[in-house]
Design a protein around this ligand. Sequence first.
Ligand code: SAM
Length: 293
Amino acid sequence: MRVDGQIRGGGDKGSEPMELAPGLYLVATPIGNLGDLAPRAVATLAGCDRILAEDTRHTGRLLAHLGIDRPLARLDDHTEAQAAVRLAAEIAAGGRLALVSDAGTPLINDPGFLLVRACRAAGVAVCGVPGPSAPLFALTLSGLPADRFTFTGFVPRKGEARRGWLDELTRATHTWLCLESPHRLVATLEAVAAVVDDRRVAVARELTKLHEEVRVARAAELASHYRTHPPKGEICLVIEGGDRAAVPGVDAPLLALARALIAPTPLPPRAAAKLVAAATGAAANDLYRVLVR
Ligand code: SAM
């Protein structure tokens, strides 16, 4: 096994500690099911000098379960900006540091970006062990297009940020991926239904856990379901993008009219009257009479 040329020996021994080269190791951890922890993740955590964690008590429980005894240090949104350059210097001096989130992949709506940037700037190795990430898993389970998507993190709760989020969603032509808390889910689904009720939405809840659920429907249908079945646990939302052929300021009937204009064969008068009527709101019969006069 080879990790970007960083691991010297021991790499093929599954979860035994590995001899690690100096570097920052981003290690993904399970989002619910401990069986999803990769053997190489265990070996990396066991083989590093120190583990940086969002919540040291939470990660401490995982390490105790794995029988790994490595020093832990806190790295959260409040401490990262100050610590990043110092930690990168420690790695440059030969340190082998692992970074984990409470769950899932570090940096994905979790701390780590400033540290990775500082390590890159300092020219030290950044590598790691990929693994679970709740939003990406939700996207893959949803049945919604996964070729282009935007991850927006947590849905903004209120005010201008929420209005801007909804406005952008209305115009989006690709899948949207976001995080939501169970007690705000219904309000968010209602807000989504108010602006884009023609699109499908997936609520992915408690992924990889006992009560895993992925429910796909229109936002209004989901809102009414969860109003009567209040959700619990952790949730990702996946929202279908709008019609990719849509043009801002041009509605569907006008677009159909534009397509008819470039069609190789002329439309019969009845069909042409219908199209213009749909695009303008005029009476189709009046238009038809003028066209055939
Ligand atoms: N870095 C993490 C990852 O890669 O999965 C995401 C961190 S984000 C701060 C945590 C949020 O992800 C939760 O509040 C919830 O919205 C979502 N989440 C985490 N675990 C989940 C699960 N098992 N099922 C559904 N959503 C989950």
